[in-house]
Ligand binder design. Sequence first.
Ligand code: ASP
Length: 325
Amino acid sequence: MKKSIKSIIAVALLGLVGAAQANDAYPSKTITMLIPFAAGGPTDTVGRLIAQSMSKDLGQQVIVENLGGAGGTLAAAKAARSPADGYNIFLHHIGQSTAPSLYRKLSYNASTDFETIGLVTDVPMTIVARSNFPAANMAELISYVKANKDKVTYANAGIGSASHLCGMLFQQALGTDLTTVPYKGTGPAMNDLLGGQVDLMCDQTTNTTSQIKAGKIKAYAVTTKTPVKSLSDLPTLDKSGLPGFEVAVWHGLYAPKGTPKPIIDRLTKSLQVALKDPNVVARFAELGTEPVSADRATSDALRKHLDSEIARWKPVIEKAGQYAD
Ligand code: ASP
């Protein structure tokens, strides 16, 4: 009996030493950060800034892999099945919490198939249009869209994307059903908006700010209830015809379920370093966003936020009655 207790203790100690060694040695090779949308879009922009800074802190490259499609769910499914060895991480936004209600079938569980590393940033969205769209302000936009619902086209990054969610709420508020044009990300959607091939989009400030400031697209309003400092000319939707309208995009960093806790802790620490990196802070500010506070860039905070957002969006999506298979 005594012997077996001893051997259990010995095995446990060996396990601890092994875990500590694995932790000390981590990371020993390149880490891949999967991004669920095309390159050049807002999630990609946030991901690349964070990855660059985390690479410095971790002493290994964090490379970005883009896999757009099906509103981010293709990449989420891939991330959930990736080896849980600390070399696969996944950046997703609010779509991680809306997809479980929007899709009748998903091959992964957005909550239980992932370890949470931390929240990254909250990003306001903007209602924008091609530069020659015939509406000068929000009031004109509302009446034009209502009068031309069969004609107006709306770009999004597929069902489950933030641009889809914002568009769904916008159309619900206006009582319209616009023709939707889905892309693999709002990076390519922005190219078509700039080229005038599509009329409208609701997208994150991280993708729209520079084009708005350059006068290359029209901007009507922001989707948060508080105005956005870097786009101070724009009213809120709440105060410009759609009272109560409020949506903002949050990003979280994940790893596949089963990634060892010491590795998650190391990644959380690295995320926190990245969120304090002056380059990241400055670039975020230019793009109309800011890093979350250190107490939100934690595994527990993202876990709680994800689960509460899944619960929050379920009734809203049920009410809208838009599902995908
Ligand atoms: N964030 C965008 C969206 O959800 C997609 C992207 O990042 O390209 O609409």
